[in-house]
Design a protein around this ligand. Structure first.
Ligand code: BES
Ligand code: MN
Ligand code: ZN
Length: 486
């Protein structure tokens, strides 16, 4: 699909032959600029109560007089922010869904100029609307045949809008990859499949890639990672991806993604209802792949490493048992009291592995705890970070990218919960504060570099009728890295 910016005001919108003209409006919109005929329809629709200028509302017009476009849709926004713009575009696209729209022109009657954020939001809304999962359902109705999307702006806006569209396209490709991988079921997205995806990504986007197998993982001494994988028939993989956008000597940002391709809970088995959703337990890994894809497309001057420990968490005769003690790559021993707290076990060894890159910063991303979902629901990711500057930058990136997170505490008092009589630490504490004790566990492996942790258990995947992956937090991570590159 092609995105472009056109220098055009309301008069040119009317005179552009296209399949659909989507006009974003709000309560301050001035219908006069729409010209005599469309302006009259606008006024009539308002008077008749068919067009309410409230967020989410749309009005669809088929071949209205005075316009060359075959369809006109008015979509109301709550305000002029990129966030409101995205919601209005999404509603407008839903109103023309199924229509034969190959060429779409988008104009805005919002007060104030359109900027980078609006263009980025447009691409995100369009990409979201046309995505169809087909990997294991090839019969799914194919996406609407949208070919070209033009965003209208005035002379002063054009440059920012072009930059926004380009960034939006890079992001959408990354979000799309993460979303697709998270949607794939566990038998179609094994650790070997993830490794193959990483290799494909490296080849297509000029990244370096290395995949370690069981032998190498054993040789390194990743005892915690090995404990999680030991009952699975799928071989574990440890994926290392490198994007080099700056000189070699510049310390990289390392992203570590939890790659549990299915989490049964192990011997501490999960209940049956909704267990299928644990195919999404590689959402952190998918977001690392998606972010590297977006970064490789946007080419910022920064070095980024992606680390993905990936395996299944299965019960069975060979499974690790509650009470077993294992030795992590760091040398610290861990008493595995609950085999369902497996994410932190594969992550802690990856966090130790990250030391070899002498990183400027390490961010791990994981569908780590149900407790985080209880705390923050499905809107914001949990952010754990002891460094105020890094935390502020991540929070800001989340707001800008419309992929928000919320800061959670890391007080030493929470660390008490991990005390064990039989090892340096237990892998779980009591139920209370479960998202925080999980973060405290990881923190014990991050003494050698600045570190942040994103618990994405609530945001990587949506339940309900529109059940499926979101591609989050690729927007947050990509925005953060691009901002950091300057
Ligand atoms: N993958 C789960 C966390 C999860 C839960 C992700 C719900 C998405 C939705 C994780 O491995 C897990 O099982 N965590 C346990 C930890 C507990 C045993 C301390 C949990 O949250 O119940
Ligand atoms: Mn688990
Ligand atoms: Zn898990």
């Amino acid at each position: 699909m092609d995105f472009e910016v056109v220098r055009a005001g309301p008069k040119q919108w009317r005179e552009t032959a296209c399949d659909a003209l989507l006009i974003v409006v709000d309560e301050h919109a001035d219908g006069e600029v729409l010209g005599k005929e469309l302006g009259a329809i606008w006024k009539q629709a308002l008077d008749d109560g068919d067009l309410a200028l409230e967020a989410g509302r749309t009005l669809y017009l088929h071949r209205p007089a005075g316009v060359k476009a075959a369809r006109v849709v008015f979509a109301a926004a709550a305000s002029a922010t990129p966030k409101a713009f995205r919601a209005a575009v999404a509603a407008g696209l839903a109103a023309i869904k199924g229509g034969g729209t190959g060429e779409l022109l988008v104009g805005s009657l919002l007060k104030g100029a359109l900027g980078v954020g609006h263009a980025q939001a447009l691409v995100a809304a369009v990409a979201e609307a046309v995505y169809v999962y087909r990997h294991t359902k090839p019969s799914a109705k194919s996406a609407p045949k949208l070919k070209r999307v033009a965003l209208a702006g005035d002379a002063a806006e054009v440059e920012a809008l072009r930059a926004g569209l380009a960034r939006g396209e890079a992001l959408a490709a990354g979000v799309g990859l993460a979303r697709e991988l998270v949607n794939r079921p566990g038998n179609h997205c094994t650790p070997s499949d993830l490794a193959a995806e990483a290799r494909r990504l490296a080849r297509s986007h000029g990244l370096q890639v290395e995949v370690l197998g069981r032998k190498e993982i054993e040789k390194l001494g990743m005892g915690c990672f090995l404990a999680v994988t030991q009952a699975s028939h799928q071989p574990p993989k440890f994926i290392v991806l490198e994007y080099r956008g700056a000189r070699k000597s510049q310390p990289p940002v390392v992203l570590v993604g939890k790659g549990i391709t299915f989490d049964t809970g192990g011997v501490s088995l999960k209940p049956a209802p909704d267990m299928d959703e644990m195919k999404t337990d590689m959402g952190g890994a998918a977001s690392v792949l998606g972010t590297l894809r977006a970064v490789a497309a946007a080419k910022p001057a920064i070095n980024v490493i992606g680390l993905i420990p990936t395996c299944e968490n299965m019960p069975g005769g060979a499974a690790v048992k509650p009470g077993d003690v294992v030795t992590s790559l760091s040398g610290q021993t861990v008493e595995i009291l609950n085999t369902d707290a497996e994410g932190r076990l594969i992550l802690c060894d990856a966090l130790t592995y990250a030391e070899r890159f002498e990183p400027a910063l390490v961010i791990d991303i994981a569908t780590l705890t149900g407790a985080c979902v209880v705390a923050l629901g499905h809107h914001r990711s949990g952010l754990f970070c002891a460094d105020d500057t890094v935390a502020a930058a991540l929070l800001a990136a989340g707001e800008t990218a419309l992929d928000p997170c919320w800061r959670m505490p890391l007080d030493v008092e929470y660390d008490e919960a991990l005390k064990s009589n039989f090892a340096d630490m237990a892998n779980v504490g009591p139920r209370a504060g479960g998202a925080i004790t999980a973060a405290m566990f990881l923190k014990r492996y991050t003494a050698k570099y600045p570190w942040a942790h994103l618990d994405i258990a609530g945001v990587a995947f949506k339940g309900g009728a529109n059940k499926g992956a979101t591609g989050r937090p690729v927007p947050l991570l990509t925005q953060f890295l691009l901002d950091r590159a300057g």
